[in-house]
Design a protein around this ligand. Structure first.
Ligand code: RFL
Ligand code: PHB
Length: 388
């Protein structure tokens, strides 16, 4: 089989790239190891920056997002027994939308299939070949048969554990990483939202986050030991922990409901540079990971493929390689700023077991500074809405 662009991975990065290329008259094939049902049901991110919404709208896949997504003009920072609002719209003129990642995936898969796009689900043994030659290829097994796609370019959108990044030789690639000594325990709860806006809470027992998925489903997280097991947490124990971290004396109460999903995620910061080797380009989690505290992961995946689709469109339109050559450094500029913001939010809001009493005071002073200073709140808001 021959195509112009072979894409590995049908997450937000791979699917959106395939669709943006299609809109530019460029053919692609997407290879995905999981089933359609599985990718459409995996619960992950929730927050979309304005810029991400703009791209989804421009790509013609924003209709349900505009209808069902919840526009948020601010969020709250809670610490020391009080809640403080960060008014995103007043500070930046922008807002964010809470629209679950799996809904974005559902919309993108539908758009790709409606346009006759080639998505191969449940492919196994995906291997990349000769990515630094003029004719890279990808071999795989699909429906019990071995196949091979020869392409002009191969794009690794296969997430952190994919096969693409290791194709950039170790001497060429530099990996930057920080693994945090905690994880997030995430639950989905059948109940109306406890709050109209997200609440990021710093507490001596650990961080907690109140988010939402729909008018009838809440998404709640709390900091935990990354090695812990969900089986150790009964519903009662989860609620006791969340109440302790989130409720103060101001009368606000966390709404309880049936917990219908529990999971623990590890937290890391990671960047691979460069994001290109020959005719292999990486986008999204394949190249970088941020801890979820800044809500940046899916947004970075989307901004990578925006850059990459323009670069590939330029190449196919008039043979220009300029944007392809600058893709890695262009993408990494934004990636490093998002890495900084996500690390900063994580450091400011989580409990570190080895922090000295002095460091704990500094953490509190930093939060006090942020909520007291319009300049610092503005910097926080600009980063959160993706104004960089
Ligand atoms: P994905 O979504 O991981 O998709 C990669 C796809 O590649 C497939 N794959 C392969 N296919 C073929 N062959 C192989 N060898 C393959 N290996 C892997 C996988 O099956 C998968 O379908 O990467 P992508 O597209 O780069 O998208 C990145 C985002 O998914 C990720 O950054 C976000 O979910 C991160 N994130 C958040 N981001 C935000 O912008 N806002 C948020 O509020 C937010 N909250 C979160 C998050 C991530 C979380 N978790 C679970 C890590 C909250 C959580 C809890
Ligand atoms: C979510 O709703 O899953 C979510 C929201 C904000 C974050 C991380 C995750 O910072």
């Amino acid at each position: 089989m021959r195509t112009q662009v072979a894409i590995v991975g049908a997450g937000p990065a791979g699917l959106l790239l395939s669709h943006l290329l299609h809109l530019n008259g460029i053919e692609s094939v997407v290879l995905e190891s999981r089933s359609r049902a599985e990718i459409e049901a995996t619960i992950r991110a929730g927050v979309l920056e304005q810029g991400s919404m703009d791209i989804l709208n421009e790509a013609g896949v924003g209709e349900r997002m505009r209808k069902e997504g919840m526009l948020h003009h601010g969020f709250e920072l809670a610490f020391g027994g009080r809640r403080h609002r960060v008014d995103l719209t007043e500070l930046t003129g922008k807002a964010i939308t809470v629209y679950p990642q799996h809904e974005v995936i559902i919309d993108l898969v539908a758009a790709r299939l409606a346009a006759g796009g080639q998505l191969l689900f449940e492919t196994s043994e995906v291997k990349l070949h000769e990515v630094d030659s003029a004719q890279p290829s990808v071999s795989f097994v699909h429906s019990g048969e071995a196949g091979r796609i020869v392409a002009d370019f191969v794009i690794g959108c296969d997430g952190f554990h994919g096969v693409s990044r290791p194709m950039i030789p170790e001497g060429v690639r530099e990996d930057f990483q920080r693994i945090y000594p905690f994880g997030w325990f995430g639950i989905l709860v059948e109940s109306a939202p406890s709050s109209d806006e997200l609440i990021y809470a710093q507490h001596e027992r650990g961080f907690a986050l109140v988010s939402t998925r729909s008018p009838t489903v809440q998404r709640l997280y709390f900091q935990c030991d990354p090695q812990d097991k969900t089986g150790n947490w009964s519903d009662d124990r989860i609620w006791a922990e969340l109440h302790a971290r989130l409720e103060h004396n101001d009368g606000w109460k966390l709404k309880e409901g049936r917990i219908f999903q529990k999971g623990i995620i590890g937290m890391r910061s990671f960047v691979c540079a460069p994001m290109r080797h020959g005719r292999l380009f990486l986008a999204g989690d394949a190249a970088h990971i941020v801890p979820p505290t800044g809500a940046k992961g899916m947004n970075l995946a989307i901004s990578d493929v925006k850059l990459l689709s323009r670069a590939l469109a330029g190449f196919y339109r008039d043979g220009s390689r300029e944007l392809l050559d600058s893709y890695s450094s262009d993408a990494l500029k934004r990636v490093w700023r998002a890495e900084y913001f996500s690390w900063w939010m994580t450091r400011m809001l989580h409990s570190f077991a080895d922090a000295s009493p002095f460091e704990r005071r500094m953490q509190r002073a930093e939060l006090e500074n942020v909520v007291s200073s319009r300049a610092l709140r503005t910097a926080l808001a600009e980063n959160y809405v993706g104004d960089f």
